[in-house]
Design a protein around this ligand. Structure first.
Ligand code: ADP
Ligand code: MG
Length: 247
């Protein structure tokens, strides 16, 4: 691969304010195709806001963002097209509670990608198998464990054929014994070459799977480097004390 390959995510001079609250204060970040980046940092440091700016669930106050081949902040940004290429997985799964598991995965494919019912359902079954969920097609989300629901949410995102996956604390709402099954699906995705930006407190996952770890504090990327460097040998006192608190 050329060293000059265009990054899949390019963020320059990103600022985000909510009223007087300056949440992101000058973020510059490139993510290469196939790279797995874990974003860590204290509560309120702006991790979710950064992720949400990447697919414009939040509008930046200032700065430019390109992601998955889309100029997100330019005047001609096609957000629908961009969001097809950018999958997002949330802490609380966000499945449609009144729809079956199969319909949860098929509905966006039909509405947004205009796939036929049979195409969308075939893709849904394929993606469910990929995340290890079988025989639950007709169940409602509430009939599944949290770990299963989160794997369905991942399958739903994958069914759209994304080039980039954003994960916002995907295991934080799960009982401890269900965390591993979700992390293992994410690990599989990473090993297949998916480009991923993952907010997580799972340091063992970050250490094993991430190509790079970013430590965000006060809306600024304070540290960035390979997991061994950032997690075992942080340069800043802020990162050291954060890691002491959570490990
Ligand atoms: P993290 O994910 O690191 O915990 P967030 O990005 O959720 O941090 O939040 C960072 C700051 O931005 C917090 O002070 C939070 O209250 C504020 N914030 C986030 N979203 C909004 C919003 N939609 N409106 C107002 N303030 C917000
Ligand atoms: Mg958050």
């Amino acid at each position: 691969m050329s060293t000059e390959a265009t990054p899949l995510v390019h963020i320059e001079g990103l600022y985000k304010q909510f009223g007087d609250n300056e949440v992101l204060r000058g973020i510059d970040l490139d993510i290469a195709e196939g790279e797995v980046v874990c974003l860590i940092g204290p509560s309120g440091s702006g991790k979710s806001t950064l992720l949400r700016c990447v697919n414009l669930l939040e509008t930046p106050t200032e700065g430019t963002i390109a992601a998955a081949g889309h100029d997100m902040t330019g005047p001609d940004a096609d957000l629908d097209a961009a969001r097809r290429d950018i999958g997002m997985v949330f802490q609380h799964f966000n499945l449609f509670s009144h729809l079956s598991i199969l319909d949860n995965i098929a509905i966006a494919q039909r509405r947004v990608l205009h796939r036929s019912r049979s195409e969308a359902e075939a893709e849904a079954r394929r993606r469910l198998a990929e995340v290890g969920i079988e025989g639950k097609e007709q169940a409602r989300p509430s009939q599944l464990s949290g770990g299963q629901q989160q794997r369905v949410a991942i399958a739903r995102a994958l069914a759209m054929g994304p080039k980039l996956m954003l994960f916002d604390e995907p295991t934080s709402a799960l009982d401890p014994e269900l965390v591993g099954e979700v992390l293992s699906v994410m690990k599989g995705l990473a090993s297949e070459g998916m480009t991923m930006l993952v907010v997580t407190h799972e340091m063992a996952f970050a250490r094993e799977v991430a190509d790079r770890v970013l430590f965000l504090d006060g809306g600024v990327i304070v540290e960035s480097g390979p997991p061994a460097a950032v997690l075992s040998n942080p340069k800043t006192e802020r990162a050291r004390s954060f890691l002491h608190r959570i490990l």
